[in-house]
Ligand binder design. Structure first.
Ligand SMILES: [Zn+2]
Length: 216
């Protein structure tokens, strides 16, 4: 706790003076985040840091293995679905990004079973992604089961998003876009899921715009 409080004092000393006006504006006008990011709770994968986002920019939901459950309005305690509903129906975010990551412990549990002594909730939660694991392991060209399973889990969460009627309707109306991404912790690199269904590394530097050659 001491380290948390010394971090808070650094925030007050260094960040607050430059951010104060921004926070006051957000307090007055409310939040209008430009994206919902659904990412893993893993402490090494911080969407705010990865996307260099300030306060009010990202609405973030983090859980074990960045999973989205299917639409199930059954009165149970659906934390992820509640956050999704708020972001989509109330805040009307234009983009949703599901971000998985390398060396995901949740996906490891999917492959090897929940860690001993932590099976009350992790085991049933991670079973949400069992179809992703089965698809990954059935691929004949599989080289890295962990990576393949992480990528399939992202695809599964995106597919489950479509089971929410107010996500599907906004997507069909062009009011909402869905994206998948995978973050490599060691390399610090982000890969985006493309329209062909593959993950492609995002250049860390903005590609140069092609300038038109003008005839003399
Ligand atoms: Zn993880």
């Amino acid at each position: 706790m001491d380290r948390l409080l010394s971090g808070y004092r650094r925030f007050r000393r260094n960040r607050w003076p430059e951010r104060r006006r921004q926070f006051e504006t957000l307090a007055d006008t409310g939040q209008r985040p430009r994206a919902l990011v659904i990412s893993c709770a893993d402490s090494r994968v911080d969407p705010g840091m990865i996307f260099d986002a300030g306060p009010g920019e990202l609405f973030v939901v983090r859980n074990v293995a960045n999973l989205v459950p299917p639409f199930a309005p059954d009165g149970a305690w659906h934390g992820t679905s509640a956050a999704l509903e708020y972001a989509v129906r109330i805040l009307e975010v234009p983009d949703i990004l599901v971000m998985g990551h390398a060396m995901c412990g949740g996906v490891r549990a999917l492959l090897d079973g929940a860690p001993a002594g932590a099976s009350d909730f992790i085991a049933p939660w991670i079973q949400l992604a069992a179809p992703a694991r089965d698809r990954a392991l059935a691929r004949p060209d599989i080289l890295d089961p962990q990576l393949c399973c992480e990528q399939e889990t992202i695809r599964l969460s995106l597919a489950n998003l479509l089971t929410f009627p107010w996500v599907a309707s906004r997507l069909a109306a062009g009011m909402l876009r869905l994206y998948g991404a995978h973050f490599d912790i060691r390399a610090g690199e982000l890969s985006l899921l493309n329209e062909q269904g593959g993950f492609v590394t995002v250049p860390g530097v903005q590609p140069r715009q092609k300038t038109k050659h003008r005839p003399p």
